[in-house]
Write a new protein. Structure first.
Length: 252
């Protein structure tokens, strides 16, 4: 019995013979000729591209602008800071020297401001200490009259400490520089909140400056030595006194 007959009896169809081997010219018997280009990938394998690895998340280093922005982000006023915090700023502003007279002046002033927020009997005890230091040391020894009713901003620098008058209700902004022989006064017979100067931030006052009356000094103003200012000064301006005249001796 033949194989075909056995397959027919079992109900299975005979399998087709395998395709004939390729001829030497690349064609295959009984097959449709292919028009595709020959595949050369087997001879020259394509370079494999490794899968990109996911780097571990890292915190970028802060830029200079970011650090400057962080420094400027603290917009709190002097009254919003604690005594230790604002004294630390004043200490750094005065070259980190505990012996600087300007630091002593501001330290007594900050104590006088801080005591007003305390309760009795601590407030009464601090008032005695403040009055003694302010009247006997700051005023009589250092030559600085700084009223406790004045409003002094943060990081104010007192470069020279003799002959400085800062009356009640006067306002001095942050990062200002004050020097000796400075008079911040009022034109009337008594000082009221509307009769005294208001000084902006980052203002530099040279020796011998006199600010008189209800005037406003803008931010980033520089006022030269010996200037008497009785009008408003716009921000970013520079003020100088009239130049000295040379009086030549008479010819004999």
């Amino acid at each position: 019995m033949s194989t075909e007959a056995g397959a027919a009896r079992n109900g299975t169809a005979p399998r087709e013979p395998a395709s004939p081997p390729a001829t030497p010219n690349g064609s295959t018997a009984h097959a449709t000729p292919s028009t595709a280009a020959p595949d050369n990938t087997a001879a020259t394998p394509a370079p494999s591209t490794p899968a990109p690895s996911t780097p571990a998340p890292s915190t970028p280093a802060p830029s200079t602008a970011a650090l400057a922005g962080a420094a400027e982000a603290d917009r709190r006023e002097a009254s919003e800071l604690g005594l230790r915090e604002i004294l630390r700023e004043d200490f750094r502003r005065h070259y980190g020297s505990f012996a600087h007279p300007g630091l002593h002046v501001l330290a007594v002033y900050r104590l006088g401001q801080w005591r007003r927020t305390r309760r009795q009997p601590l407030r009464a005890a601090l008032t005695v200490v403040y009055k003694v230091l302010n009247n006997l040391v700051i005023r009589n020894l250092y030559g600085v009259e700084l009223s406790e009713k004045a409003r002094v901003g943060r990081r104010v620098h007192i470069g020279h400490h003799q002959t400085i008058l800062i009356p009640p209700y006067c306002e001095i902004g942050d990062d200002c520089t004050l020097r000796h022989n400075l008079t911040i006064g009022y034109a009337g017979g008594s000082a009221s909140p509307g009769d005294v100067p208001k000084i902006g931030a980052r203002v530099e006052l040279a020796p011998g400056v006199h600010l008189i009356g209800a005037i406003t000094i803008g931010d980033d103003v520089r006022i030269g030595p010996g200037s008497i200012v009785m009008t408003d000064v716009p921000p970013g301006s520079t003020v100088f006194a009239a130049p000295a005249r040379i009086m030549r001796p008479p010819v004999r």
